[in-house]
Write a protein that binds this ligand. Structure first.
Ligand SMILES: Cc1cc2nc3c(=O)[nH]c(=O)nc-3n(C[C@H](O)[C@H](O)[C@H](O)COP(=O)(O)OP(=O)(O)OC[C@H]3O[C@@H](n4cnc5c(N)ncnc54)[C@H](O)[C@@H]3O)c2cc1C
Length: 410
């Protein structure tokens, strides 16, 4: 089956594999399939007018080394493999990726057991160069950071994930695949030997579909007959950026010891690949899956969030964190206070408003934040239902796992 259409502003009527969503996961998967199957037609359908309009275009840009994740989880395996492949890929394609290292800083005795557990996990995950260091060594690596001990990961780095994703998109097209923007997928219907995909410009029949729809992944999955669990809840992540004259407070990446109850890594300081220093992000449950502005509320998104039993259980279980996040959203002083625990010289006046992203976080019915990557199969479709951080880091390895699942349908 070959695709037949004139331009990338128009979707074909037929193709072998349709990928929905042109974030880094969808584009990496389309690239993987186009490389594996010479002559197969791959078509990426993206609702927005440009690629990487959502999560992929709004990250900290950190290439995670794989420290945090439960050994043998998908996150652990795919992050460690994905980060190594990503560094090689960037060097081959001339994309700047810098190993500027990370310190995870314990500021009090109470945090030491969690720091040691991170070291244990990191070693089991075979993260390279990982080392527990004392406060003097911390000062040598990050002269403005303060703590009683830290975990140093020299293999952590930074990259512009939107550039990486754009490079994947270019490869898809070089290999004969198609990328159609401004094309929202509305529904999917399995038919004999194919799946019919209704979109804004008509209908596309594919032998298999891969849904990499980020914050909207649960809706497309349920439309295909997948279970309604997990539900995606949108968490707005706001950053501050340091004034240029205060960027020297941070050399690489300075992170806190995270709350083991939450899959978020905590508000951190990151020197991006372009030299800008970001502080954040916060994590506030919001009323729209694209709530880049706090005031944006979409009735369907809000209804879906409020009607999900897991939402209420989550809010009750983590009420202290909810209050901290609300304070950080309301006041720059409160935001900076979180970061001053490990960079005491930081002042509210050092920071300017920064970018905002919205995380797609899967939550189960019992209010549990789903930690690992989740990929489901339905008839003729593969659904990526939870691809939070470090999915950008892991994208090349995650793409292989998704493509393996599609093989049986082709
Ligand atoms: C604030 C923040 C910071 C982060 N920092 C890091 C980091 O430092 N390192 C890291 O590894 N990860 C980080 N992440 C996580 C990372 O961004 C995501 O894991 C990754 O981008 C997920 O990629 P994706 O392709 O699944 O989703 P997205 O990039 O969200 O792409 C999904 C795409 O699907 C499209 N779509 C949805 N519905 C439809 C439809 N019906 N029809 C057509 N198209 C549709 C959307 O428009 C969108 O373009 C961060 C995330 C956030 C929000």
């Amino acid at each position: 089956m070959r695709s037949s259409f004139d331009s990338d502003t128009e979707a074909p009527r037929e193709c072998d594999v349709a990928v929905v969503g042109a974030g880094i996961v969808g584009l990496a998967t389309a690239r993987e399939l186009a490389r594996r199957h010479d002559g197969a037609s791959v078509c990426v359908l993206e609702r927005e007018a440009r690629i990487c309009a959502h999560q992929t275009g709004h990250t900290s840009g950190v290439i995670h080394a794989g420290v945090y994740y439960r050994p043998s989880s998908l996150k652990a395996r795919l992050c460690v493999a994905g980060a190594r492949e990503l560094y090689s890929y960037c060097s081959e394609r001339g994309i700047e990726a810098r190993r500027n290292g990370k310190v995870i800083v314990a500021t009090c005795e109470d945090e030491l057991p969690a720091l040691e557990e991170l070291e244990r996990r990191g070693r089991e995950n075979e993260v390279r160069g990982l080392r527990l260091i004392d406060s003097d060594e911390l000062r040598e690596l990050e002269p403005h950071a303060s703590g009683i001990a830290a975990l140093h990961s020299p293999d952590t780095g930074v990259v512009d994930f939107a550039k990486v994703a754009a490079s994947f998109a270019a490869e898809v097209r070089e290999l004969g695949g198609r990328l159609v923007t401004g094309c929202a997928v509305r529904s999917l219907e399995p038919a004999p030997h194919a799946i019919a995909i209704a979109h804004g410009g008509g209908e596309l029949r594919a032998r298999a579909a891969i849904l990499c729809a980020g914050a909207w992944s649960d809706r497309l999955a349920v439309a295909c007959g997948a279970p309604d669990e997990p539900r995606i809840l949108p968490f707005r992540g706001a950053y501050l950026r340091l004034r240029p004259e205060r960027r020297d407070l941070v050399r690489g990446n300075i992170y806190p010891v995270p709350d083991p109850e939450l899959p978020f890594l905590g508000m951190h300081l990151t020197r991006r690949v372009d030299g800008e220093v970001l502080a954040g992000p916060s994590a506030l449950l919001v009323g729209a899956r694209d709530a880049y502005g706090l005031a944006r509320v979409r009735s369907r998104d809000l209804r879906d969030t409020l009607a999900w039993p897991g939402t209420w259980r989550l809010l009750t279980r983590h009420r202290r964190t909810v209050l901290t996040e609300l304070r950080a959203a309301a006041s720059r002083q409160a935001f900076i206070r979180e970061l001053r625990r490990f960079v005491p010289e930081l002042r509210a006046t050092d920071a300017l408003p920064g970018p905002v992203g919205v995380r797609a976080q899967a939550v189960d019915r019992r209010g549990g934040l789903v930690d690992d990557f989740v990929v489901h199969r339905t008839e003729r479709a593969v659904h990526v239902r939870n691809a939070p951080s470090p999915a950008a880091t892991s994208s090349l390895a995650l793409a292989r796992l998704i493509a393996d699942q599609v093989e049986e349908l082709l």
